[in-house]
Design a protein around this ligand. Structure first.
Ligand code: SF4
Ligand code: FES
Length: 235
């Protein structure tokens, strides 16, 4: 099939303003948008700039707006979106070049929630692992699936308004550790998510849940954190 691909272009070294370049190419219905971008880069315009690494939906590096929706280019098939495709960078982050955005505010917010295991109690004397029941493990299973692609955070109107807002991805990371029965950093993290730029800025738009390529129930996780700040009960 013939596909028309409109691609956002901006090179601050030569462009005063962004524009679209349009490419027409032959594609199979099972080609992914990433395949098309790589063909353009390899065969037509080597300057076309975008992030990618695994090409299999694991690393989270090729989030972009495809036909107006945040998606991973490596998981978006031509047959699912039709033969007229528009590709833009994700919103709310400074564009460095083409689809390449400055992820610094996103990762700064992520770091604020202490996204790592905290436990200062010595491991059991027998040297065994810290035990957890299947039910305790299931409590935070959904939020372990995050690949930090930023599809959620950059589809959130509160993040567009201020990149100081922690954003859904950072809150998902907070949820992952706060609800882990082995972790001892809940109080510290709850302090962070309760700050002005934390949970209070979530207005339950649901964009995050819709955007997540891992189908994480992002809004539900944020709701559980909100509930926890009210009840104080880690259940
Ligand atoms: Fe991406 Fe989903 Fe993680 Fe958000 S919660 S960063 S959309 S994987
Ligand atoms: Fe790794 Fe798409 S390139 S998720």
């Amino acid at each position: 099939m013939e596909v028309t691909l409109k691609v956002f272009r901006y090179n601050p070294e030569v462009d005063k303003k962004w524009h679209y370049d349009t490419y027409t190419l032959e594609a199979d219905p099972t080609d992914r948008v990433l395949d098309l971008l790589e063909r353009i880069k390899g065969e037509t315009d080597g300057a076309l700039t975008f992030r990618r690494s695994c090409a299999h939906g694991v690393c989270g590096s090729d989030a972009m707006r495809i036909n107006g929706v945040n998606r991973l280019a490596c998981k978006t098939l031509v047959k699912d979106i039709g033969n007229k495709i528009t590709v833009d960078p994700i919103l709310g982050l400074r564009v460095i070049k083409d689809m390449l955005v400055d992820m610094t505010p996103f990762f700064d917010n992520y770091k604020r929630v202490l996204p790592y295991f905290i436990n200062n109690t010595p491991t059991p004397a027998d040297g065994k692992e810290r035990h957890q029941t299947p039910e305790q493990r299931a409590r935070f299973d959904d939020t372990t699936k995050c690949i930090l692609c930023a599809c959620c955070t950059t589809s959130c109107p509160s993040f567009w308004a201020s990149d100081q807002y922690l954003g859904p991805a950072a809150l998902v990371a907070a949820h992952r550790f706060i609800f882990d029965s082995r972790d001892e950093g809940a109080a510290e993290r709850l302090e962070v998510v309760s700050e002005t730029d934390g949970l209070a800025r979530c207005h339950t738009a649901y964009n995050c849940t819709i955007a997540c390529p891992r189908e994480i129930q992002v809004t539900k996780a944020i709701g559980e954190l909100k509930m926890l700040t009210v009840t104080g009960k880690l259940e």
